[in-house]
Design a protein around this ligand. Structure first.
Ligand code: AMP
Ligand code: GLY
Length: 420
């Protein structure tokens, strides 16, 4: 099988690694890829948000399966363009990708499906949004409706903070994403992520994870894209996962089918769990980054079979072979991240690291320059490991971290602290 993966972060390196473990993969191309991906697959430069360009490239390279990593090409309809041209695609249609691209849309689907989620209001002007906040009080959550690179959510501790966020959003702080605003009840509890493959009506759970969004140890400081993750998520017990499936995932996926926009691809459900009851925080229409890294580490080669079955609508006959194992990934970021950071600094020590089914140093933001690996982003490396226990996975992941010689980088030393 010839496979094309779109994207170039740690998520896509992990996907590429898992795909390459499977003998069914004859050729793998990743666009744009990164320095780590280039060591295991061919990397290509193309505009991955332009459907026509991707279709042409897939045709020229006799591609049998396209795996779309990030949300932007999905929201731009690249999946539709490929499907229309007859390519099997892993990733939802533009219409179904609204489950991530529009928070108001997701709330409406939850309402129709009677799925437990935070109470909310949806507003197109600041005055009515503020009136809602005045009536509800704080804490309260203010969200830009559209895609805002993970930055469009403000947890307001006071009414004044909420009003300021409303003014910012309608004032254009998040561009078009903030032209509509969703205001939600603040939920308490513990958060976890549930990953499922979906092809219309069929749903297959493929794992759970928890991540650390704050930059600082003890979960302090500004929000990031994620500083580390581990799988499984202890808070998502079998019983709670089943409840989430029955009360949230299946009813909302049925609602998508009913509306003529069936969902296909990986569904990433962010859940808030309190007193044994899961509620939906949000849907994403792609793998989490870095959650994908721990899921791929645990699934290994079978990930390709599952993804392929999902893309071809054969999930009903697919099965996951579970191992009783744990995985952890530690993000190594450039000093300064999530604020300003330096690019182009040289990363040493990578050649000496162990690389097997228990240890993988996935690259997130790296490039090649003069034969050396250099940092090219904020989140740069993902030290990822698997073990019989989470403690063992953590020990291995931090051993990988300690093998890297990169003075301009940093990581959190406490990934998984809640579970450990
Ligand atoms: P989102 O982009 O919707 O996932 O929001 C980002 C983060 O904000 C989530 O991972 C939660 O930690 C938090 N969050 C979002 N909505 C709520 C809510 N209604 N109540 C409490 N926390 C929330
Ligand atoms: N790690 C969070 C995300 O991918 O959205």
């Amino acid at each position: 099988m010839n496979i094309l993966i779109l994207g170039g972060g740690g998520r896509e390196h992990a996907l590429a690694w898992a795909v390459m473990q499977n003998p069914k993969c004859d050729k793998l191309i990743v666009a744009p890829g990164n320095a780590g991906i280039a060591q295991i697959a061919e990397c290509a430069r193309l505009d991955i948000e332009d459907g026509g360009t991707v279709v042409e490239f897939a045709g020229e390279n006799a591609i049998d399966l396209v795996i779309i990593g990030p949300e932007a090409p999905l929201a731009a309809g690249v999946g539709d363009a490929l499907r229309d041209a007859g390519f099997p695609v892993f990733g939802p249609s533009k219409e179904a990708a609204r489950l991530e691209a529009s928070k108001a849309f997701t709330k409406e689907i939850c309402d129709a499906a009677q799925a437990p989620t935070a109470g909310y209001g949806h507003f197109t002007d600041a005055a009515s949004a503020k009136a809602h906040v005045a009536a509800q009080g704080a804490p309260i959550v203010v969200k830009a409706d559209g895609l805002a690179a993970g930055k469009g959510v403000i947890i307001a501790e006071t009414v004044a903070e909420a009003e300021e966020a409303i003014d910012d959003m309608f004032g254009g702080a998040f561009g078009g994403a903030g032209a509509e605003v969703v205001i939600e009840e603040f939920m308490t509890g513990e958060e976890a992520s549930f990953f499922l493959l979906v092809d219309g009506e069929d749903v297959l759970p493929i794992g759970t994870a928890q991540d650390h969004k704050r930059v600082g140890e003890g979960d302090t400081g500004p929000n990031t894209g994620g500083m580390g993750a581990y799988s499984p998520a202890p808070v998502l017990s079998d019983e709670i996962a089943q409840k989430a499936l029955d009360e949230i995932i299946r009813p909302t996926m049925s609602e998508m089918v009913k509306r003529g926009t069936p969902y296909s691809g990986v569904l990433y459900a962010g859940l808030m769990i309190e007193n044994g009851q899961p509620r939906l925080v949000e849907y994403n229409v792609r793998f989490g980054d870095p959650e994908c890294q721990v899921l791929m580490m645990r699934l290994g080669a079978q990930a390709l079979d599952l993804i392929h079955a999902c893309a071809e609508g054969r999930l009903a006959e697919a099965q996951v072979t579970w191992a009783d194992d744990h995985a952890m990934t530690v993000v190594i970021a450039a000093k300064g991240y999530p604020g300003a950071y330096e690019k182009g600094t040289v990363i040493g020590g990578l050649e000496g690291l162990p690389e097997d089914s228990f240890h993988q140093m996935f690259h997130a933001g790296t490039a090649q320059a003069d034969g050396k690996v250099v940092a090219s982003g904020g989140r740069v490396l993902n030290a990822t490991a698997r073990g019989a226990t989470l403690a063992e996975a953590a020990e291995r992941a931090y051993a990988l971290v300690d093998g890297v010689d990169w003075p301009e980088g940093f990581c959190r030393r406490d990934i998984g602290w809640r579970a450990l």
